[in-house]
Design a protein around this ligand. Structure first.
Ligand code: UDP
Ligand code: MG
Length: 325
């Protein structure tokens, strides 16, 4: 157990315990050094801490590294998920096991600057319940990626009123926010959006996304697209309403076109109209396919929620170590 001088009544004092939750996937090469860097910052600033390291089904040496970290220190807990459930699920597992008065979620690759943690803890001590790291610059991302990210945030904002800005998963949450989060029942989760949806007293702190310490990003274009679709369909039903609108517009168009076609026919001026027919078929066909696709996404989400499977499964749990932190 972590031997921390915790006050009996939770006050926002510097003696409060900070849980650092880190989702880890294929980061075996550098996870130890990353944790050490973060730990150093916490020690220098006299912050009481524990680490909850969640291995999201890595296939490299990540788990053995996490186990060795947990074995060497009393303040480290290593959790291994039974397979790769995705970052959001790994974060959920971490939040579930975090016991601190405040919980910080951050990446394993030091792209979220550890130097910012004391500032975030200070903001929490001032009374903020959610302290968010906001990306000031997005680091080395290509132009198309940046444009897509902006478009994605814009759609979420316009359709659900949830302002994500340049949000990141680098967040510090007060215990009561974590408890509120744990009560949310849905399976398909999007951490960034969900914590914005919860509300509470929030403060934003800007940071520049650092270079990855090692390895490459785990997000392929396809995974990002899936995440974006999941996020949009989790927070808004606007795409469904757009389909209705599209249907109405197409109906008005077809009435006009129908009248025109009849007039042309009865006045005996009917031309062959081959191009028009082909174009109309293409437009209507693709509109129907897209609409069915959107409805399909929502149905599959409902299906997943109805199945109510757990967000993640834990295969191993490791907590050991002699050194007191
Ligand atoms: N991650 C995870 N599961 C995944 C993919 C990523 O737990 O399926 C973790 C990863 O180890 C890292 C964080 O999520 O700690 C962010 O991943 P990454 O650096 O690849 O994303 P990016 O910074 O490029 O958005
Ligand atoms: Mg990263």
């Amino acid at each position: 157990m972590v031997t921390v001088d915790k006050p009996a009544v939770l006050t926002r004092s510097k003696k409060a315990l900070l849980s650092v939750v880190i989702p880890v996937y294929q980061e075996g090469n550098h996870i130890k050094s990353s944790v050490k860097v973060i730990e150093q910052v916490l020690l220098e600033h006299g912050i009481f801490y524990e680490f909850i390291l969640v291995d999201d089904g890595s296939k490299d040496n990540t788990w053995s590294e996490l186990k060795s970290l947990a074995g060497s220190s009393d303040c480290m807990t290593a959790i291994r998920l039974s397979r790769n459930f995705g970052k959001e699920s790994a974060i959920c597992a971490g939040l579930e096991y975090a016991g601190g008065d405040m919980v910080l979620v951050m990446d394993a690759d030091l792209q979220h600057p550890p130097e910012l943690i004391p500032k975030m803890v200070d903001a929490w001590a001032e009374g903020y319940d959610v302290v968010e790291g906001i990306k000031h610059s997005r680091g080395k991302e290509n132009f198309v990626y940046k444009l897509c990210a902006r478009f994605f945030y814009y759609i979420i904002y316009k359709s659900s009123d949830i302002h994500l800005g340049q949000a990141s998963d680098f967040k510090l949450l007060d215990r009561k926010v974590v408890e509120a989060w744990k009560k949310l029942p849905e399976r398909a989760i999007f951490f960034r959006g969900m914590s914005a949806w919860l509300g509470f007293e929030r403060k934003e702190i800007e940071f520049d996304v650092a270079e990855r310490v090692n390895g490459t990003t785990k997000w392929s274009l396809l995974r990002l697209l899936r995440l974006a679709l999941n996020a949009i369909t989790s927070y808004t039903s606007v795409p469904l309403h757009c389909i209705t609108l599209l249907g109405i517009i197409m109906f008005i168009g077809s009435v006009i076109l129908g009248i025109q076609t009849l007039i042309v026919k009865f006045t005996g001026k009917a031309s062959e109209g081959f191009t028009t027919v082909i174009l109309l078929q293409l437009i209507i066909g693709s509109a129907i396919m897209t609409s069915l696709g959107i409805i399909g996404i929502y149905i599959s989400k409902i299906y997943k929620e109805v199945k109510a499977r757990p967000r993640y499964l834990i295969s191993e749990f490791y907590k050991g170590g002699d050194d007191k932190c």
